[in-house]
Design a protein around this ligand. Structure first.
Ligand code: CIR
Length: 259
């Protein structure tokens, strides 16, 4: 894995976290538990040596803690997205201010393009971009062009036919070392053939959203088969409780921007 992260940007969940968008029908999140899980996530990233910035919550944006959707951060540049849910559009402003302290220039996805960072999966050799209910074809094209300008190859995958996938990274994650974790139900995109695929069991699909950070793989707690598979491949997984974020359709990756 070539990219070594030294920083992470997070945003605290606000008291109205439960009024964000969700399809989960798993009951409302408990705010104290949400804060507790968020704190553990931040502490876990800090334990890996990353400098953590935690932005304050903003009551206008109950989904704001899912900060990954607001930007694409590559070693070369940061690109502000234009989130596909109208209620989330304004989330980018505070994140842009924070990223400007680390990146001289921020590119931006422009209307009518929309992109959610959850649809963007960076591997060592390319960036996979999902067209979903949040990222439209125009947004994907703009992002691909910006990445090409930075010397990155981009591959666009249309996941709109895949039931139950909010974002591309709801179903896949790059583990490093040429490996992709892949949940069942994704179309067999030719691009996946460029990777060794680690298939998740249907009952463990949620764990497909995991994050390689330096020498560890951050995973959702409670998915023993995937955990065992990772250990068998020589990884050192770091589990986090994610139950409250899952109630709001959130995965582990969306709680941070790593760079
Ligand atoms: C939403 O529907 O936008 C939020 N409730 C969840 C976003 C999760 N983002 C992600 O997995 N990248």
């Amino acid at each position: 894995m070539s990219t070594r992260f030294t920083r992470a940007l997070l945003r605290l969940p606000g008291e109205n976290f439960a009024s964000g968008i969700t399809t989960a029908a798993a009951g409302a999140p408990d705010f104290a538990a949400t804060l507790g899980q968020h704190g553990c996530y931040a502490t876990g990233l800090a334990s890996l040596g990353l400098a953590i910035t935690v932005l304050p919550a903003d009551a206008r944006y109950p989904d704001g803690t899912f900060v990954e959707d607001t930007a694409i951060v590559t070693p070369a540049a940061a690109i502000m997205t234009r989130p596909g849910a109208v209620t989330r559009e304004g989330e980018t402003a505070a994140v842009a201010v924070a990223l400007r302290t680390h990146f001289r220039e921020l590119a931006t996805i422009e209307s009518p393009g929309t992109v959610d960072g959850g649809d963007v999966c960076e591997t060592d050799s390319e960036v996979l971009i999902g067209i979903s209910s949040r990222t439209n074809a125009e947004g994907a094209r703009q992002l691909a062009r910006l990445l090409n300008d930075l010397g990155r190859r981009a591959t666009i995958l249309d996941i709109r036919g895949a039931a139950g996938l909010l974002h591309l990274k709801t179903g896949i994650s790059y583990l490093g070392d040429g490996r992709l974790a892949v949940a069942p139900g994704l179309p067999p995109f030719p691009a996946f053939g460029r990777y060794e695929q680690v298939a998740l069991a249907p009952e463990e699909s949620y764990a497909a959203n995991c994050v390689r950070v330096n020498d560890r793989v951050l995973v959702a707690e409670g998915y023993p088969r995937f955990l065992e598979a990772l250990v068998g491949l020589g990884y050192d997984p770091l589990p986090f409780a994610m139950s409250e974020f899952r109630r709001q359709d959130g995965g582990l990756s969306c709680l941070s921007l790593r760079f």
